[in-house]
Design a protein around this ligand. Structure first.
Ligand code: IMP
Length: 444
């Protein structure tokens, strides 16, 4: 049920959930949007991905970067849940908890799903070995993963017999039984792919896992019950997407995608929220496009325009530090993402970055093998063949970082935003004009 006059802060009614989803190839600035919305919700739950994601939130002049912990953690009254659909690297999680504690941020309202799957060191080794093997085969075939073991951990989840969940970390006997089988078998498999693969020592992995269980025990809970308790008391749940729509395993630019359903279509399975409880979707998009890792990117500008965007937008990976590939806004891809996710409101981020460019090309069509189309192709094969068709609008000047009302933006910036919402088919309700949580324009 959606209130008619949907306010972007509360698109859903009490007893329902609202999701925040990335509409491009990730790094759209979801962390800041979640941080702004979170105080109106009783819980924030993450439903997909792992330590491959990177969210940063800036407040009080300080940048806080998170990979696994939901951005809701910055609000002490809000329950922060790492949902069942996430793959958790316990070492990375413990590191994040410690970092927050040093910064004076409490994690006593953080919970980790007992159903979430565990990422082990052998998953990360496999990820790196597979990437290396792919890049040796052909320069453009590697996915460019974050090497955080995401794909191999989800593969184990689907295999079942080789998977370990967070609840298992609290059962030392079960860990010994499972890992003493899994680790030697995995060593043999990896040696068959790469003779130089470094084997893992089963006993140390077992001891490490038991230690993780001791450290994380107080956080591990049945997350589905926690979410249902919020609904039962007529509370609202904010769902935090990681990675983004065009990296979705089924609906992204396959095979250059991540290994989870990071579009809104994955929310229910990854969090235990019933589809009828999902009441509103905020889609987050940058005012331009970026991509890290391999795969086609039709509007990429590997030139001075791309460099301009990268430097002004600080477009370097939060997780890996890699320079991001930068390009013009692809409205064909954006409209596809809006429709796929059922977006109610767009949060357009980093508009200030584009100031100073004389002209802003917007991609409004694709030419594939001479044929013109406005549709986003279902895989990377056709996307590689795309020649973008641009509509060029006038750029804008000046420092937008102090603007707080849409009416106060330069006319050409307003027209740029209006062009986007008309083409994409959803209203732009939030506009980012700087990294700080305060540097945001809300449109009613
Ligand atoms: P993986 O998720 O590490 O397996 O990487 C698969 C692809 O998704 C690679 O191209 C990564 O660069 C990309 N990727 C994964 N997570 C993110 C993210 O949060 N932001 C941007 N790209 C990501």
């Amino acid at each position: 049920m959606r209130p008619d006059n949907s306010d972007v802060f509360e698109l859903c009614s009490p007893g329902h959930a609202q999701a925040v989803i990335g509409l491009q190839w990730g790094d759209e600035g979801k962390g800041k949007v979640i941080d702004l919305l979170a105080p109106r919700f009783q819980a924030v739950v993450r439903y997909n991905g792992g330590a491959n994601a990177g969210h940063s939130v800036v407040f009080g002049g300080k940048r806080h970067s998170l990979h696994l912990i939901p951005s809701g953690v910055f609000h002490p009254g809000v329950l922060s849940i790492i949902g069942n659909g996430v793959v958790v690297d316990p070492g990375a999680l413990i590191g994040e908890i410690e970092k927050l504690s040093v910064a004076g941020i409490t994690t006593n309202r953080l919970k980790v799903s007992s159903r979430a799957h565990v990422v082990f060191p052998y998953h990360k080794s496999e990820d790196a070995i597979r990437e290396r093997t792919l890049s040796e085969r052909a320069a453009d075939s590697s996915i460019g993963t974050t090497k955080r073991g995401i794909g191999p951990a989800y593969a184990d989840k689907a295999t079942r017999s080789t998977a370990i969940r967070m609840a298992d970390l609290l059962r030392p006997e079960r860990l010994r039984e499972l890992l003493s089988q899994i680790v030697p078998a995995r060593n043999r498999e990896l040696a068959a792919i790469d003779r130089d693969a470094e084997p893992c020592d089963a006993d140390s992995v077992i001891e490490q896992a038991i230690g993780w269980g001791r450290a994380l025990g107080p956080y591990i809970e049945d997350s589905v019950r926690l979410v249902q308790d919020v609904f039962a008391s007529n509370g609202r749940v904010l769902v935090e997407g990681a990675n983004a729509t065009l990296l979705d395993l089924d609906h992204g630019t396959f095979p250059f995608v991540t290994s989870s359903n990071c579009s809104a279509l994955g929310v229910c399975a990854g969090s235990g929220i019933a589809p009828r409880r999902l009441g509103g979707i905020v889609g987050v998009a940058k005012a331009y496009c970026t991509r890290v890792g391999g795969g086609p990117f039709p509007t990429e500008q590997a030139n001075e325009h791309g460099d301009y965007i990268r430097e002004r937008g600080r477009e370097y990976g939060t997780t890996t530090g890699r320079p991001r590939r930068c390009g013009w806004l692809d409205l064909v891809a954006l409209r596809y993402a809006v429709r796929l996710n059922g977006v109610d409101a767009i949060a357009l981020t980093l508009l200030d970055v584009l100031a100073g460019l004389e002209e802003l090309p917007l991609c409004v069509g694709y030419r594939i093998g001479g044929e013109l189309t406005e549709h986003f192709p279902p895989d990377a094969y056709d996307l590689r063949r795309v020649e973008p068709v641009y509509e060029r609008v006038r750029g804008f000047e000046g420092d937008l970082s102090g603007v707080r009302r849409f009416e106060d933006l330069p006319g050409d910036a307003r027209r740029y935003v209006e062009f986007i919402e008309t083409f994409a088919g959803a209203p732009v309700r939030m506009i980012g004009v700087g990294p700080d949580r305060e540097q945001t324009i809300i449109r009613g």
